[in-house]
Design a protein around this ligand. Structure first.
Ligand SMILES: [Mg+2]
Length: 129
């Protein structure tokens, strides 16, 4: 969630800038955008938030491997297909063995796929930014 700092910042702006100054107008616009974003985020499904948190946890585990933001579309697509292959392997191992720990591996690979898809969308989709 985006923290609600508007009241504290309102007081600061009133004190620091004369009424009608460009800074006050800018602040009013920013405040409107923050309120809009907060409403949008409030509508995010619990499952999406939980999955995004799992994605973030895996990203943090891999922070030492920087550079995804400069990968080209072919490299990113290959990453997605490799992660898909890993997911398929976990699925096959579960089907063959019935051992449920492979389902956890499948979920981990699903998160890897999602993170690679996020990389691709971040690097190439103007709508996502
Ligand atoms: Mg993987």
């Amino acid at each position: 969630m985006i923290p609600d700092y508007e009241q504290q910042l309102d007081a600061l702006f009133i004190e620091a800038f004369p009424c009608g100054s460009p800074a006050v107008a800018d602040w009013a616009q920013i405040k409107f955008e923050l309120q809009t974003r907060r409403k949008e985020m409030g509508g995010v499904r619990k499952e999406v938030v939980e999955f995004a948190r799992m994605m973030e946890r895996v990203l943090r585990e891999n922070d030492h491997k920087s550079g995804w933001d400069v990968l080209n579309i072919t490299e990113l697509f290959l990453m997605i297909t490799r992660e898909y292959d890993e997911a398929y392997m976990a699925y096959s191992e579960y089907i063959d063995s019935g051992d449920e720990h492979h389902i956890q591996n499948l979920c981990r690979e699903a998160i890897d796929i999602a993170n690679c898809c996020m990389f691709l969308c971040h690097n190439y989709s103007n709508e996502v930014r």
